[in-house]
Design a protein around this ligand. Structure first.
Ligand SMILES: NC(=O)c1ccc[n+]([C@@H]2O[C@H](COP(=O)([O-])OP(=O)(O)OC[C@H]3O[C@@H](n4cnc5c(N)ncnc54)[C@H](OP(=O)(O)O)[C@@H]3O)[C@@H](O)[C@H]2O)c1
Ligand SMILES: [Zn+2]
Ligand SMILES: [Zn+2]
Length: 386
């Protein structure tokens, strides 16, 4: 039998994968043992999840992965919340590491450089979005994982030891930017930076609401403050108030489930960035906007939200969506973050803590991003114990 394209890839890689919509992540391949008469089927988990990466091509950069952030999208994807997941899946799209190989046409990197890879590893490079450096809106964009690469093979993400990526989709990490705290910039950071810029919400003196103080939300507070914007955090967790104000620098804090607080803040905001990962009501947020205000959805709940139209009409308000930014803007954001000392507040975890981390993410119990210490804790061999 001829080998699949993926099997023909010569570079051996190792990672943690989800096998189905339970979302359970492990470093093993499961195989089923045929039951003998009268016995229950047994599931064995004895072979490590090895896979392959393509050989480094002329325009490619190979990274030894050192850290990978845990985005709530990893949780949505592994559980097939959005309905287009396929398996096995190695998640992770906040990837940082050290360049170990460069192709002969590579111009931006040399071996030993610090570099990062975010949400995409490819696009068509020819459509209007690609022409305008907005690869995130290319109809043929290729996700870093749960995507199909140009050669027809599945893409695998950063919960793994190494990755090969076209240099166009790799960003340079300035020397002063720490790799662990910098990793979440590659998705959480750019996903909030991009809409603030695009929708004109980064002008000094504006009043911006940030809904949901998680990975994306806390990055949004930091970027907005660096732009000179007045920030109000809108949260379901009163316990986050002190940190939001004292440490992250927010100007004020609203508990979204407290109608009195929400009522008092009606009509005060130029814009809102909504990072909530679950279904939630939009009317109270639309009411916080002044006329002509903009509600920008970046959180991606698994079910549709109800959109009340009358309050939009009466205030000529806008509801829009926004994805992570293009490659040029991602580099601009990383350089801005390095200049203003913006990094994520992180909890560094070992690879085998990932199931607990995912459970805690469901409960909004993270301050404010888990980052996996891939370099020290992803083991290339395993003993078969699950
Ligand atoms: N647009 C894009 O390209 C893009 C990129 C990355 C991520 N995302 C999506 O953005 C969302 C957030 O990602 P993340 O990594 O920041 O997640 P996260 O760290 O889990 O933060 C989400 C926050 O939303 C709030 N929240 C959770 N459940 C809620 C509920 N039922 N009602 C109201 N608020 C709730 C919580 O904040 P409080 O405790 O403060 O209420 C929580 O900390 C996810 O859906 C993710 O898939 C989109
Ligand atoms: Zn993400
Ligand atoms: Zn394109």
């Amino acid at each position: 039998m001829s080998k699949s394209l993926e099997e023909e890839h010569p570079q051996k890689a190792f990672g943690w994968a989800a096998r189905d919509a339970t979302g359970a992540l492990s470093p093993f391949n499961f195989s089923r043992r045929k039951p003998l008469a009268g016995q229950q089927e047994m599931q064995l988990a004895l072979s490590p999840f090895n896979f392959s990466r393509r050989a480094n091509q002329d325009e490619d950069v190979t990274l030894k992965i050192l850290y990978c952030g845990v985005c709530h999208s990893d949780l949505h994807f592994t559980k097939n919340d959005w309905g287009f997941s396929f398996y096995p899946m190695v998640p992770g799209h906040e990837i940082v590491g050290i360049v170990t190989e460069v192709g002969k046409k590579v111009t931006k990197f040399k071996v030993g450089d610090k570099a990062g890879v975010g949400c995409i590893v490819g696009s068509c490079r020819a459509c209007p979005s690609c022409d305008q450096d907005a690869e995130s809106y290319c109809p043929k964009l290729i996700f870093t994982y749960n995507g199909i690469y140009h050669d027809g093979t599945p893409t695998y993400g950063g919960y793994s030891d190494m990755i090969v990526v076209d240099e166009h989709f790799v960003v340079r990490f300035p020397e002063n930017l720490p790799l662990d705290g910098g990793a979440p910039l590659l998705c959480a950071g750019i996903t909030v930076y991009s809409p603030m810029k695009y929708f004109g919400l980064s002008k000094p003196g504006m009043h911006l609401g940030i809904v949901g103080l998680g990975g994306l939300g806390h990055m949004a507070v930091k970027f907005a403050k660096a732009f000179g914007v007045k920030v109000t955090v809108i949260s379901t967790s009163p316990s986050k108030e002190k940190e939001a104000v004292d440490r992250l620098g927010a100007d004020s804090f609203l508990v979204s489930r407290d109608p009195k607080q929400m009522e008092a803040a009606k009509g005060t905001m130029d814009g809102i960035i909504d990072t909530v990962s679950a279904v939630h009501p939009l009317l109270p947020l639309i009411d916080l906007l002044m006329s002509h205000g903009k509600l920008i959805m970046v959180g991606a709940p698994e079910k549709p939200l109800e959109l009340p139209v009358f309050p939009l009409i009466m205030g000529r308000k806008i509801v829009a969506g926004s994805a992570f930014g293009g490659m040029k803007e991602t580099q601009e954001m990383i350089d801005f973050a390095a200049k203003h000392n913006i990094t994520a507040d992180i909890e560094v975890i070992p690879m085998d803590y990932i199931s607990t981390a995912m459970e805690r993410l469901v409960k909004a119990d993270v301050r404010y991003r888990f980052v996996i210490d891939i370099g020290n804790t992803l083991k290339a061999s395993c003993d078969g114990n699950v």
